[in-house]
Design a protein around this ligand. Sequence first.
Ligand code: ADP
Length: 263
Amino acid sequence: MEKDIIKNSKKIVIKIGSSTITSEDGTIDKKFLENLAGQVKTLVDMGKKIVIVSSGARIAGVGTLGKWSRKEDIHYKQALCAIGQVELMDSYRKIFSNHGLHVGQLLLTKEDFSHKARTLNIRNTLFTLLDEGVVPIINENDTVCVEEIKIGDNDMLAAYTTVLWGGDLLIMLSDIEGIYTKNPQNNDDAKLIELIDNIEELENSISLDGKSSFGTGGITTKILAAKEVSRYGTNAIVAKGKKENIILRLLKGEEKATLFLSP
Ligand code: ADP
């Protein structure tokens, strides 16, 4: 099913989770970025427009300035993101340019999405970048966001971006093949749910006190992000980002993932 959905989608947002963009040693995974750039190039050559929402600034900051890694103070966290964001974009710029792709950076906050003039400006910038063949790379602007006013995770940032841009498809690349019936980390009998066409039904099986074996943290926000875009008739996919050529393989029907089919 993913095959036809990706094939027919012209405007695709790809969200990259922290665990996907990071290597085991805590630095930016250049091999992954290299593979991502190749896939984006193929999709662009097929006539698709691609927007990337990327996490990883804080981790990249820690990699550069290890001495701050254990400081929990919010100012240190924000400072780490400021340093890491440059590292992150530097990696994107270098690696994407090897594939003939230019990148542009957009740092957004929650407020930007509820402010009419700002949403218009964001949309205009996105359209202009894309018209000129540049790949926009979006992240939350951590410098101006304290915990209380954060969108909080890039799954929702990616969902808001998809809605604002009018994307046809949101692909969330994670460290897992998709949504399972239980958390596969501690349940051997967990099964991959390949198709979700009723998100409410799925949500009912997640307990809000977090004790359910269904899902926690990252997977819950992916379901919420899929729910947000589905309200606008947009489909979403959760797939394992580190699998080589994952998007292209899904396009050939060679891999499994979870598809959220909008009504
Ligand atoms: P990312 O960094 O890609 O945004 P997270 O690490 O936050 O993703 O979330 C993915 C993790 O959620 C998986 O590695 C898995 O351990 C956990 N998880 C919990 N419940 C589920 C579930 N029902 N299906 C899939 N993954 C689950």
